[in-house]
Ligand binder design. Sequence first.
Ligand code: DGJ
Length: 557
Amino acid sequence: MRLPSAALAALVSACIVAPAFAQVKERPIPRVVKKDGRFALLVDDAPFLMLGAQSHNSSAWPATLAKVWPAMEYLHVNTLETPVYWEQFEPQPGHYDYTLIDALLAGARQHNLRLVLLWFGTWKNGSQHYMPEWMKLDTVRYPHVVDKNGRAVDSPSPYAKASLEADKKAFTAFMRHLKAADPQRTVIMVQVENEAGTWGSVRDYSPTAQKLFEAPVPEDVLKAMQVHSATASPNWQESFGAEAEVCFHAWSVAKYVGAVAAAGKAVYPLPMYANAALRDPLKPGIPGSYESGGPTDNVLSIWKVAAPALDILAPDDYERDDAAYLKILELYRRDDNPLFVPETGGAGKAHYLFKALGLGAIGFAPFGLDYTGAPVAADAAKSREEFLAPWALNNRLLVPMQRDIARFNCGGKLQAVAEVQGRTAETLKFGSWDALVSYGSSGRGPAAGNSSPTGRALVAQLKDHQFLVTGFFCRVDFRPAGTEQQRKSQQIVAGTGQNPSALIDGQWQHRQFLRVEEGVYENGTFKFQRIWNGDETDWGLRLGADPVVLRVSLAIY
Ligand code: DGJ
């Protein structure tokens, strides 16, 4: 259903107070930067960790936003990711309707949230379902992909020039409006299309596509994919063999999405990204068994050269298998790509946010966490809060300290880990100290792992002998590290009544806690509350189900 613009406008202004754009001071435009091999998302010119949640697909309407904001409040997120619908935005060619965008801006400001807006344009999950009706009705001008048998597929053709021009025009109008309406930078990033690519055909087989498929592969693609061919100017088949069609389609889709992003950036250069429906990273299957043409892990380098206007290629990590889930995080953190997880979900995955942070993630958001949808299966009828709780726990702890986490991370001072089935302890190396993280241990006994692996820890080095420590369901301790040579000869004394110790240059060095301060983050700053000592420190620093932040000063004896 589409409401007439006038009715929408009335509804919106009845619920919210229109912001006075003209009086707001312009803040710096958010951007993604890289320094010393590490990335940061700068918001108001300082590193920002986006801890968000994504709404359901059909939630960004004035009638449903009332069920979105309370969920965001419960989740304690700092950012809402939510769509902007091309079909709503441009109901008639060249007539743009800004009411939903303005409702989102006003609502987010009222709730002290930032926004990541998702441009549901030419592609949404591989289809053209969000194209305006006037485009859907003209499949000659705005054609679909044609499969091997000449049948139209439920996916837009990346060679449709008129579609590309229409998308560029609409996206540019959207970005132009944002630039004017958002001097306070409520919107910090824009997703261009949604899971672009094609299901149902590995590529387009239209005559235009076929001609290009048989033509030489562009030099920059060959270079990026490190193809060294014996043939001069090899075509796609010669260059990529069994992966030729998926590589070709990725290049075609990426060119299109990159052109839309570039047009929007020329007007308003917010950070932009494309999200991927993934292929299984451990058992990938043949091309065609996963969405073809999107930024899957095998074609990331093609997307990088074909769509340089995109700052990030981002995984929608729904992998059920833990090893596959974690592999995805590693694959999308590259020297040319910051890790940003715009969609995730699944039971028992919330603690993996810490794994993402350990890889320098600049943002992380579970999908579909608002109050618009009721469970459709009776046995799935958990209370809505029960469903949200594991994600909310992370945010209650981390959102107040997100600026520090982002700063420590891009400064190379932070390490974070999460429990994986079968791994009960791990060591984080920080120069002259090792941080020892263990899961599911009580007292001095050995760590047995939690009954369901949910432990997570974050350690940041503040000074040579001072650390910030936080996490859940784990124990953290420290041990003198010594040099590499000394480590080889060091013995660990466990369960002997000694504090963690190491034999360094023939001398035993034992860790002692000089001062363990518990505090809370207020207005982005650590505020001291009390000193931990006695039972709270004698067996290491135990972090349970409550959000706790510790500032730990160490010495040796
Ligand atoms: C991934 C898509 O990007 C989302 O918009 C949504 O459709 C989810 N899948 C549904 O699980």
